[in-house]
Design a binder for this molecule. Structure first.
Ligand code: ADP
Length: 558
């Protein structure tokens, strides 16, 4: 046990005989106790209230309050109950002792006492008192610790309950966010389809001079808005784990060439060179992966390289290494001689909404999520993106991913190829495709109508699913394919498709044309019986590609 009781022990000696008090005083003089004296029970009780003795040596026979009564009151006192009591009895009587035990005295000594015996009893009683004190302290400490533990447990339970509540709330908020994003994507994509579609139509209508300049600016702003919107949607999909990769056969080398070509004009305007090096051409045939996402990541890296380089060159190097029978690792390095990125900021650029130089980025555009989205896509593809860069010297971004070897060609694509070939063989070269377009938004009706009819196709328009079912079954043989919006009044595109399939329109190709871009939308369309899916805003080229794929051939250049 520790030294908690190392203080000087306090003794109160009570005797009505002055002489006896003096004798004890002499006896204990050299023992280092703190001692007080009282000549009556009443005086003893009064002194004890302040002095708080460890031991009371108490004469039994006193006038007034005798030793027994004094002992009883001491043991009952709040402050004095822990004091040890040694009764000094005048004679060796058993009765005295029994009486003493009744009032809780701790020990006895009979007068005349042997001084050594008295000293020994004092020592033993004080040791007992000290030990008891320590035990009491320990118990009190344990109780306090126990109380603390109980409180901590309670706090923990409260914290767990709170965390669970917050998690539930976050989950609900996440669901609200997803619904909000799905709604927002629909609400923004629908008018944007109108803006971009009509801009394209205007540009092809033969305008020139200032008008053409304005419309080109309009197209640039619309495309920037679409790009930002796509980025934010991708980011939310990735955050919610809702971005699913598609699989198709493609040659990554061709994608690299195409992306390089797409930036050629911009690079020429800045007088920056472009070099493309595709190393193992023989390995790149018949690989499967998500072509659109692969293109997206590459476009982002090349776009940044072009954006942040004012002189010198941009180079793209593609390397491929077959890992085993199933997969091939693709590495694309995009290097530039641009402004570079300081060491300290290199890891931060992959965080969403981070830009090295805000003032520069305001000039160059971009919301700062391209790299964060690209890296997440690369990770989903079994790879990663890393950066090496030096300020004022340039940067190199390496995008690695896995592609599968020799996967079977998608059966739908085969069917599409067949359809196209049949159109060639049986119908000859130039046959307009007869298309039923189902769309409720008047501006988007106009966009689709102009794009498709300018390409030489026959268009019939339906304003909702109900009307589409009606029009189609009046003359099913007069349609080659259907473009079907999804969200429409009266009857939506999913129900209209199911109805057409159930009522006997099993073979007519139906392609979803929808502003919905969230997880599961594509699956919902395919499950309802549609053959393919494209999202708004659509580019004319992609729309016509769908006609080529599902409706037969595209006959005339627009
Ligand atoms: P954004 O380009 O839309 O701002 P990104 O996520 O694509 O967003 O890029 C984040 C930031 O990383 C950029 O704003 C820029 O500061 C820095 N960065 C990216 N690529 C390069 C590069 N090739 N050279 C210099 N800085 C770059």
């Amino acid at each position: 046990m520790g030294n908690k009781t190392d203080h000087k022990n306090q003794i109160l000696v009570v005797d009505d005989e002055q002489m006896n008090l003096k004798a004890i005083k002499r006896l204990l003089r050299k023992d280092g106790y703190k001692i007080k004296y009282a000549q009556s029970g009443a005086e003893a009780l009064e002194i004890a209230e302040d002095f708080i003795p460890d031991l009371v040596i108490l004469d039994i026979m006193m006038p007034g309050i005798d030793g027994y009564e004094t002992c009883k009151r001491l043991k009952a006192g709040k402050k004095t109950s822990n004091a040890m009591v040694l009764l000094l009895s005048g004679k060796k009587s058993v009765d005295d002792r029994l009486k003493g035990y009744e009032v809780d005295a701790d020990d006895f000594i009979s007068k005349p006492y042997d001084p050594d015996e008295l000293k020994a009893k004092i020592r033993i009683l004080l040791r007992l008192k000290n030990t008891r004190q320590e035990l009491l302290l320990e118990i009190a400490e344990k109780k306090a610790a126990e109380a603390l533990l109980i409180q901590t447990n309670k706090d923990l339970e409260t914290a767990v309950a709170r965390a669970e509540k917050l998690a539930r709330e976050a989950d609900q908020a996440n669901q609200v966010k997803s619904r909000f994003l799905a709604g927002m994507s629909h609400e923004l994509n629908t008018p944007l389809n109108g803006v971009l579609g009509l801009t394209q139509v205007l540009l092809e209508s033969g305008i020139d001079g200032k008008q053409k300049e304005y419309v080109l600016s309009l197209e640039k702003s619309g495309s920037a808005l679409l790009f930002a919107l796509d980025g934010i949607l991708d980011y939310s999909k990735l955050e919610a784990g809702e971005l699913l990769l598609e699989t198709e056969t493609f040659n990554p080398g061709q994608v690299v060439e195409a992306v390089g070509d797409a930036f050629k004009a911009e690079l020429d305007a800045k007088q920056i060179g472009l070099s493309i090096d595709i190393k193992p051409e023989s390995n790149l045939e018949k690989l499967t992966g998500d072509k659109n996402r692969f293109t997206q990541v590459l476009r982002n890296l090349v776009s940044n390289a072009v954006k942040f380089t004012e002189a010198g060159s941009v180079s793209i190097l593609l390397e491929a290494k077959k890992i085993d029978n199933r997969s091939t690792r693709i590495r694309v390095s995009v290097s530039d001689t641009g402004i570079g990125i300081p060491d300290t900021l290199q890891s931060r650029i992959f965080e969403p909404f981070s830009r090295v130089d805000d003032s520069l980025s305001r000039k160059t555009g971009g919301v700062g999520i391209g790299l964060s989205v690209s890296r997440k896509i690369a990770l989903l593809m079994g790879g990663d993106i890393i950066v090496e860069s030096e300020t004022e010297k340039g940067s190199r971004f390496v995008f690695a991913c896995l592609m599968e070897n020799m996967a079977a060609v998608d059966s739908k694509d085969e069917k599409a190829v067949e359809t196209t070939q049949k159109a060639h063989d049986e119908k000859g070269n130039v046959q307009p495709v007869r298309i039923l377009v189902v769309e409720d938004n008047p501006i988007n009706q106009k966009v689709a109508e102009i794009m498709l009819s300018k390409a030489g196709h026959d268009i019939t328009m339906a304003c909702n699913g109900l009307e589409a079912v009606d029009i189609y079954f009046k003359q099913p043989e007069s349609f080659d394919m259907i473009f079907m919006d999804v969200q429409m009044p009266e009857m939506d595109g999913l129900e209209a498709t199911r109805t057409i399939r159930e009522k006997g329109g099993a073979d007519i190709p139906i392609v979803a044309l929808t502003a919905h871009a969230m997880k599961g939308d594509r699956e919902k369309c395919l499950e309802s019986g549609m053959n393919d899916y494209m999202t708004k805003p659509f580019k004319k080229e992609i729309l016509l590609e769908m006609v080529r794929k599902w409706g037969g051939d595209v006959p005339m250049p627009s």
